[in-house]
Design a binder for this molecule. Sequence first.
Ligand code: ATP
Ligand SMILES: O=c1ccn([C@@H]2O[C@H](COP(=O)(O)O)[C@@H](O)[C@H]2O)c(=O)[nH]1
Ligand code: MG
Length: 242
Amino acid sequence: MWRRVASLSSSISSYSTSFVAQTASRLNTWESLTTGIAQQAKGFIAPKEKTPFITFVLGGPGSGKGTQCVKIVETFGFTHLSAGDLLRREIASDSADGAMILNTIREGKIVPSQVTVRLIQKEMESSDNDKFIIDGFPRTEENRVSFEQFIGVEPKVVLFFDCPEEEMVKRLLNRNQGRVDDNLETIKTRLKVFEALSLPVINYYSQRGNLYTIRAKGTEDEIFEQVRPIFTTFDVCQRAVE
Ligand SMILES: Nc1ncnc2c1ncn2[C@@H]1O[C@H](COP(=O)(O)OP(=O)(O)OP(=O)(O)O)[C@@H](O)[C@H]1O
Ligand SMILES: O=c1ccn([C@@H]2O[C@H](COP(=O)(O)O)[C@@H](O)[C@H]2O)c(=O)[nH]1
Ligand SMILES: [Mg+2]
């Protein structure tokens, strides 16, 4: 199991952002408890500090992020964390934030960072894996900064599924999964939000040098053949392939 030295989940809701941010930066360390505690007790080596391998998957609505994440998980052994799915799970579980999240998704707008980051953090902490593919996040610069402050890890890989707008609209209107946001009015807002708030995040990672742009039109397999070589270059991704 991966966890931070101290959990910030409860702090996020009860303290001011600046306090939490300061605390977060002081606790910017990860440790492996499962191996660490047992080995210490037997007099083995000290717990190994290890940073999780994080991939962010970005792209407009309907660009095929979720579809490609399934293939990446199968091939390279990542744990898939879809920010949208985590938010929809909150709605379904009748949580305190459920109504606010539902309204925000229905309008095609963005849920406050602290809510989304807390959900992602919880999933990461309860996972045995050290490779996470985070789908549909960060959607704004504020999301990005918030993740870096609270989780304290930068992504190794950022995938951008670059898809023509008319193709995305066509896919969404044919998706048929009963999503409240798959209607033309909300899709128009989601496209505007993507351009205004998400493109700056993509530009940020482009400048950092860890952005990989995928031409996201074509068959699912053709698109995955652009994705595959990006991961095969990383040692940590070889384990799942062997
Ligand atoms: N290469 C493709 N060609 C045609 N249809 C596709 C392709 N990839 C995905 N689809 C279909 O398009 C729809 C949207 O795909 P998907 O849900 O993966 O997109 P997304 O980027 O995760 O969208 P959202 O941001 O709304 O969650 C789905 O019905 C999916 O089956
Ligand atoms: O980080 C996030 C991710 C998602 N949202 C909201 O959810 C919907 C649907 O997300 P998908 O990734 O398309 O499943 C999105 O339009 C936002 O309203 C969010 O606020 N923050
Ligand atoms: Mg999706």
